[in-house]
Ligand binder design. Structure first.
Ligand SMILES: Cc1ncc(COP(=O)(O)O)c(C=O)c1O
Length: 348
């Protein structure tokens, strides 16, 4: 039995902890605290089991058509994956040669680095937002750039014009990872659909604003030739029949989606203010989480452990760029009140 050298060296991606107990305040993986649309339950209750006997639609036509219609494009501009993590893995196969690299902001979604390692190509991190320079030595050989907007874990928003300017000069494919864009006030969809931008795609997920992280559905929108390339390398049946049907129901329930997103954003604004009032340094967030530095002498690592001991889970990313902050997912008002109460006792 032989394991490849690159896999032997690989540091696997470490997802946020999923505690078994429901009796915890779980603010560590940017899940939505509200349930998915009730229309999802209707679909599940009435799901014809005979559809499980057969393979699902390999082209997810109904879901694609709904996504295309809502975004003013055609199905040829839409690709769907088993979570946006799969969309990323497919892009890494379709747009990166063996002697090229994958780039992203730094800090950003840490899976990108692992994705490059799995693909056995280098990863190039660029300082965040405005400072990303196409011609910087680091990005020289990069053929796929993953620009998270709003960024994670920082929550910061980059203006679409900044990304457009970058993409114009960048010779490879730019995927704007918009996992959290529904919580922001803008998006880069128009860049992905502008005929002059042959190299920009936006990627979205049902895991965050649609409260469907357990379902595993993500998608991307972009130029038809890039979408076609992704179809060529995907598994035949990468999105199962239940996932296609439930995602479609959630997607169509626009009113519920808007309401849930508005609640999260309202709670984020209130929580942001409360942290600032308590002396935290909080980065402006356009997302469903905040990235915040506690007032000295408290440390992020210390508070992470102390909160966990109280069954309150937040996320801590050690390292020089991220280790002085905690990433805290926005939950319900009640959950944030419990967290603030605990912080009040811990940060004195
Ligand atoms: C920036 C970013 N992109 C993509 C994903 C993956 O989302 P999905 O659940 O659709 O695979 C995440 C998940 O946390 C994320 O933070």
């Amino acid at each position: 039995m032989r394991i490849t050298e690159s896999v032997k060296k690989l540091e696997a991606y470490v997802p946020g902890e999923q505690p078994k107990s429901k009796d915890v305040v779980k603010l560590n993986t940017n899940e939505n605290p509200y349930p998915p649309s009730p229309k999802c339950a209707d679909v599940l209750k009435s799901f014809d089991l005979d559809r499980l006997r057969r393979y699902p639609d390999p082209n997810f036509m109904e879901l694609r058509a709904a996504i295309a219609k809502a975004n003013g494009c055609t199905v040829d501009n839409v690709f769907v994956g088993n979570g946006s993590d799969e969309v990323l893995a497919i892009a890494a196969k379709a747009f990166v040669e063996n002697d090229e690299s994958i780039g992203s902001l730094d800090p950003s979604y840490s899976l990108y680095k692992t994705l490059a390692a799995i693909r056995d190509v280098p990863w190039a991190g660029s300082p965040c937002n405005e400072k990303v320079k196409v011609n910087g030595a680091k990005l020289k050989n990069v053929s796929l750039f993953l620009w998270t907007n709003p960024n994670a874990p920082t929550g910061e928003w980059a203006e679409p014009a900044t990304i457009a300017e970058f993409a114009k000069k960048f010779p490879g494919v730019v995927i704007v990872d918009e996992a959290y864009a529904d919580f922001a006030e803008g998006d880069c969809l128009s860049l992905a659909l502008a005929p002059k931008n042959r190299n920009v795609m936006v990627m979205r997920t049902f895991s965050k604003s649609y409260s469907l992280a357990g379902l595993r559905v993500g998608y991307c929108i972009g130029p038809a030739d890039l979408i076609e390339a992704m179809f060529k390398v995907k598994d035949s049946y990468n999105v199962d029949a239940v996932a296609q049907a439930v995602a479609l129901a959630a997607f169509k329930d626009k009113a519920y989606h808007r309401k849930t997103v508005a609640k999260v954003v309202k709670t984020r604004k209130a929580f942001f203010k409360a942290l600032v009032k308590s002396g935290w340094d909080v980065l402006p967030s356009a997302s469903n989480f905040v990235f915040a530095k506690p007032p000295a002498p408290q440390t992020a690592a210390g508070l992470f452990a102390a909160l966990k001991a109280r069954n309150i889970f937040v996320r801590y990313f050690p390292g020089p760029l991220t280790g002085d902050r905690l990433r805290i997912t926005i939950g319900t008002d009640e959950q944030m009140a419990i967290l603030l109460g605990a912080l009040d006792e811990l940060v004195r």
